[in-house]
Design a protein around this ligand. Sequence first.
Ligand code: GLY
Ligand code: MN
Length: 449
Amino acid sequence: MSATDATLKAKYPAKAHCRRVAKYLTDAGFSRDGVIYLEAQKTRMVEDDDQAMHFRQRRYFFYLSGCKLPDAYLTYNIPQDQLTLFIPPIDPDSVIWAGLPESKEEAYRKYDVDHVLYTDEVNAALAAYGPSGSTTVYAIPEQVSEHITFLPFAATQFACLKEAIDECRVVKDSYEVALIKKANEISTLAHIEAAKVVRHATNEQELYGAFIGTCISNGAHEQAYHSICASGTSCSTLHYIRNDQPLRERLNILLDAGAEYECYCADITRTFPISGTFTPESKTIYDIVDEMQQSCFKLLRANVKWEDVHENAHWVAIRGLLKAGILVGDEQEIFDKRISVAFFPHGLGHYLGMDTHDTGGHADYDDPDTMFKYLRVRGEVPAGAVITVEPGIYFCKFILDPVLEDPGLSKYIDQSVLDKYWTVGGVRIEDDVHITQDGYENLTDTPKL
Ligand code: GLY
Ligand code: MN
């Protein structure tokens, strides 16, 4: 058994997460005499149809329960350190269609909780917390059902729980890292399969099918995000979603795809030539992006400032594009005028966890500085965070044309050289890394070229 699978034999550490969130709240000055209350995502019906919509568990609820059941609830009594999960009881009308629901005994066995009750007992359980006269209930306001009553509580505190969980989620424990690693292991099998399929594929959709099919066959039934199976110039569309174009006469594939495993995500990008061999231009760009990533890896350690790592990627890009002859002029001027942003317009990476773009990054999308506007993590990256390192260089006419039309900026670009690169489309290489005190652990073992 792999070390990852051995770690995952234990229960998801819901109680530890409850304690961590409670500590965050009390450290922030909120009352310790309190109860955390959360609801799972509801079963929702498809409009004008009698089928349930695709279900995705609420991350706040999963973090404190490890439970993927729809329509469940939880309470965590902070001073007593007691976690109670409320699961849906048997609905006799639905058993013939859906089978028996998870029983209390199964729930006790599966989840790291102290008590399991049925969902029709939630209000009674909440009423039992109240009589002390001082208890605060912590909840996420837009995630409280109408039939729930907090009247027995002395105070309701709706302003801080979401933020507390968002911030606690940044630092992963070893169980969460193992889940992300497992999502990566399955995604790697799927990336390898998709790369094999490209040898005889005629359309992007064959890679798409191979990727998702391989994830499902290996136990990951959900995708972390919509796969990006781009070919040719579509590789320059950062979140390309069509995945249906013929591969004929196109140079490269950019495959950005990751499985979700037990609510945890992988996010992996590989770029490779359809023919098996890069053209010289594609190889030039691939090597620059590879160097951007390798150079950024060297900077990773606890509390590194993410803006510094992102800037480093730009410097490597600028030097590489100057060497290739696409850029011309003084490298400091090119950096200061943000010319490289037209080739590398997105951020170097984002936190990764239960969400692909995970919480706690404090992006500033209003930043007037184009180099940092789309950087999804700002400030220091703590030990224990999992973050993507995903540099890229793209040849996108929509972005580059305004630069080429501006004489103050176009003087830094040799258009006759640039013209040889449009068909490269774009190159991105993306791995998921776990930040440690002195460095990092790369959780992605997907082969590179
Ligand atoms: N994998 C897509 C993204 O990080 O935005
Ligand atoms: Mn990503």
